[in-house]
Write a protein that binds this ligand. Sequence first.
Ligand code: AMP
Length: 191
Amino acid sequence: MRLIIMGPPGAGKGTQATHIAEHFGIPAISTGDIFRRNVSEGTPLGVEAKRYMDAGEYVPDEVTNLMVRDRIAEDDAKPGFLLDGYPRTLAQVEELDAMISHTGHELDAVVVLTVDQDEIVSRLLQRAQVEGRADDTEDVIRRRQEVYAEQTEPLIDVYRERGILREVDGMGEVAEVTGRLFAALDDVTQS
Ligand code: AMP
């Protein structure tokens, strides 16, 4: 089963990705988490990614694509995976298509969490206090929202046209949203 979870920064993708992945017995692969791990370990990838992350910009496609290619080739991702935070650009969509078709599989579904913009900003500011993330200052939050609208929102139409998009209301309690996600993915068959 090959799934993607999308939504603007602060929509609660990471939390929900963990629940969905556990439910389907597949790994949740978060590009943001992989970048953050590399930043904290001070790897060359982390040093490069940090410049972009701190500014609220996207890490270049070449860097991100290679990282995802390596990650989904690992054994635990062979039966399937849930991507959280990838793809984020049209170029990444194409790369992912190539990676998946190369293995003879298909993308089963793309879920997008829809949320209220004001609610998002307050969630992100709250998270900034709890986690102390360098990319959660108010200016950077605003920039991340802009970049999402410019570069990532168009992907929703791409997947809608393919007939694999599931839109899920991301507002409310975590458990409520998880329930909606499970219902939206109920009929997705394994490939
Ligand atoms: P996230 O935790 O998913 O919000 O990601 C945090 C940051 O990592 C983003 O603001 C980007 O700088 C970078 N990042 C994560 N995923 C991608 C991606 N698919 N393409 C480019 N940059 C990414």
